[in-house]
Design a protein around this ligand. Structure first.
Ligand SMILES: N[C@@H](CCC(=O)N[C@@H](CS)C(=O)NCC(=O)O)C(=O)O
Length: 316
C-alpha cells in the first residue's frame, strides 16, 4: 500500500455514501482507520470534530476535517493520484454525472428502497431503532420533495436502463476503467442489492448493471484498521491543522462570490437534507471549497472543509 497521511474515515456500515468512499479507498489501495459513527442524532463525537455538520461520512486527517464525499474524493485523488478518479478526458463530465447520481439517482433509489417492505427488512427486529431512524430522516428532509413510491420506481427503472446501456458498451460507465461517476452511481444501487435485498428484483431486469456492480464490488475497501472516536478526537487535539495551501486540497486562491472577507465569522449549511450548520472563522473560500477555523473544547483548533457546490455560506 502506498505511503499516505493517516486517513480516518468516520462512517457506518449501512451508509451508501460511506460505501462510495470505502470503494474509492479500495480502488486506490489505500490504508485507513475506521471510526463507526451513530446513524442518527445525537452524535456528540461527530460534532466535536465537525462543529455541527452531522452527515456521513467525513474524513479526518489530523486536525483537518473534510466534509462531503465530493470533497473527500478530491482529497483522496490528491493523496493517491493513481488510478485517477477524474481522467483528463472526463474531467467535466465525470463530475457532472457524479453529481446527478449523488442527488437525482440517490433520492429515487432511496424512495424506492425504503418503501414499507424494504424498510421492514432494513430495520428487521428493531422497531424502536426503526422509529428513531424514520423520525431523524424526516426531520432532515424538511423543505425537500419526497418522491412517492410509484414515481420513484418509474424513475429508477428508467435510470437503470440508461446505466445498462452505458455498461453494455464497456466495463465501466465511461470506458475500461472506473471514474468518480461509477462510485457515485454504485452506492445507491448497492443499498438496494445488499441492504434491502427484498427490493433487489428491480436490478435483475438489467443484468449488465449487476455485472458492472460485481466489477465495482471487486475493488474492495483497501486496508482498514478499527479506530475509536475517542482516539480520533485525541489525534485532532494533538495535531495542528495544516495551513491553507499546504492541506490536501487542490487550491487556495480567494474567490469572493459572497462579499464576505476572509477572517469573518460565518456559517456553512448543506443546501438540502439536514439543516445543521458549522460555525467558524472563514479561513479560505477558493474556487472549490470553504475552510472554517473553529475551536473546540475537546479537539482544540480544527479546520473544517466543505465543497462550494451544495453548501450555503452566510456571514455569521
Ligand atoms: N452530499 C453528502 C451526502 C451524505 C449523506 O446524505 N449521507 C447520509 C448517509 S449515507 C446521511 O448523512 N444521513 C444522515 C446521517 O448519517 O446522519 C455527501 O456526498 O457526503
Amino acid at each position: 500500500m502506498p505511503h499516505s497521511p493517516d486517513l480516518i474515515l468516520h462512517h457506518y456500515a449501512s451508509s451508501p455514501f460511506s460505501e462510495k468512499i470505502r470503494l474509492v479507498l479500495g480502488r486506490k489501495k489505500l490504508a485507513w482507520k475506521s471510526v463507526i459513527v451513530p446513524a442518527v442524532l445525537p452524535k456528540p463525537d461527530v460534532v466535536a470534530l465537525t462543529g455541527g455538520y452531522r452527515k456521513t461520512p467525513f474524513l479526518q486527517v489530523g486536525a483537518d476535517i473534510y466534509c462531503d464525499t465530493a470533497l473527500i474524493c478530491d482529497v483522496l485523488e490528491h493523496v493517491q493520484p493513481e488510478p485517477p478518479l477524474y481522467p483528463p478526458h472526463l474531467r467535466g463530465c465525470s463530475r457532472v454525472f457524479a453529481q446527478w447520481a449523488d442527488t437525482t439517482l440517490f433520492w429515487a433509489a432511496m424512495a424506492y428502497n425504503l418503501q414499507p417492505k424494504g424498510a421492514a427488512q432494513f430495520h428487521a427486529g428493531q422497531p424502536e431503532a426503526a422509529q428513531a431512524f424514520m423520525a431523524d430522516r424526516k426531520a432532515m428532509r424538511v423543505n425537500m420533495t419526497h418522491l412517492r413510491a410509484g414515481d420513484a420506481t418509474s424513475a429508477l427503472r428508467s435510470y437503470l436502463r440508461r446505466i445498462a446501456s452505458m455498461v453494455e458498451e464497456h466495463d465501466f460507465l465511461f470506458g475500461a476503467e472506473p471514474c468518480v461517476a461509477d462510485f457515485a452511481t454504485y452506492h445507491p444501487l448497492w443499498f438496494t442489492r445488499v441492504q434491502v435485498p427484498a427490493m433487489a428484483a428491480i436490478l435483475a431486469v438489467t443484468p449488465a448493471v449487476l455485472e458492472w456492480m460485481d466489477r465495482m464490488t471487486a475493488l474492495g475497501h483497501g486496508r482498514l484498521e478499527k479506530f475509536s472516536a475517542a482516539k480520533a478526537i485525541t489525534v485532532a487535539e494533538r495535531s495542528d491543522p495544516l495551513p491553507a495551501g499546504a492541506n490536501l486540497l487542490i487550491d487556495s486562491a480567494f474567490q469572493d462570490d459572497h462579499n464576505i472577507p476572509l477572517g469573518s465569522p460565518v456559517t456553512v449549511t448543506p443546501e438540502s437534507f439536514g439543516a445543521e450548520s458549522t460555525e467558524g472563522e472563514l479561513l479560505a473560500a477558493t474556487r472549490t471549497h470553504y475552510t472554517l477555523k473553529r475551536s473546540d473544547e475537546r479537539c482544540g483548533i480544527v479546520h473544517v472543509h466543505f465543497p462550494r457546490v451544495g453548501y450555503v455560506l452566510r456571514a455569521g
